[in-house]
Design a binder for this molecule. Sequence first.
Ligand SMILES: [Zn+2]
Length: 318
Amino acid sequence: MESADSLEAVRIKYLGRKGLMAALMARLPGLPKEEKPVVGKEINLLKARIQKAIAEKKEGQSSGPAREKGRADVTMPGTWPEEGRAHPITKTLNEINDIFISLGFSVAEGPEIESEFYNFEALNIPLEHPSRDAFDTFYLKDDVLLRSHTSTVQIRIMEKQKPPIQAIMPGRVYRPDAVDASHSFMFHQVEGLMVDKNIRFSDLKGLLSLFTKRMFGENTKTKFRPSFFPFTEPSAEVDISCIICAGRGCRVCSHTGWLEILGAGMVNPRVFEAVGYSPRKYTGLAFGMGVERIAMLKYGISDIRLFFENDIRFLKQF
Ligand SMILES: [Zn+2]
């Protein structure tokens, strides 16, 4: 059984600078001219064999005592390959996308750096709206900014395409919020848009009720509360019955039994005008949700910062 030290002694004896192989090489110049290349080649071959033998012994040593005896110890724990997995946000995003894809929606993406036109004007958000304040949006320069919602992609689709449209737009959005347990300056949204003749509010209700049942379970109830968004009219906040307490009331739902999950509404005719659709001919529904919020509810995560800290102990749990 060779220890690392005795193996090193063997290496020095044969391959070292003053070793046996070096001594052989030193005798080469004294040989007759025609023998030199033949003997030189033999010495090099021998050297390679010694190197190989030493390397093999070394490998045997590093794999534990059983290997040195020339057989494998089958009771020893194996070497586990490092296993990767999808980030909880990616998983949630894929789950949301899959539900809408199965309902006939296509997936559209757009740039994260946008102009004021796509982020505000085309969406009927006037100059005096608070979200256009420099403190509420990351302005890069003049009218260039980091998009604050993925609604920008709705405009880009409608500019390029005539109805019918049935698409979802997942992606990252940016808002200069102070970071705390429920706020991040960057988060993910999925928005949806359906435009055609005769799209009605009942379509919106049916679609979102179906989505929440598939996402959170068959017994999930949905509630639509009147709300306001510049780009939809009428607008609604959509709540689901609390998935933690099943509507009985708990800390997560602030004892109301309901959780706010997304915003929705019928596309404002002004948005259609901005992209050159006739509001007399077409109607549309739109909705948007925060992926982090949905992932937090679904997995019972209490702090949004955990998603972005890259702590393997957290990420391993999903
Ligand atoms: Zn609850």
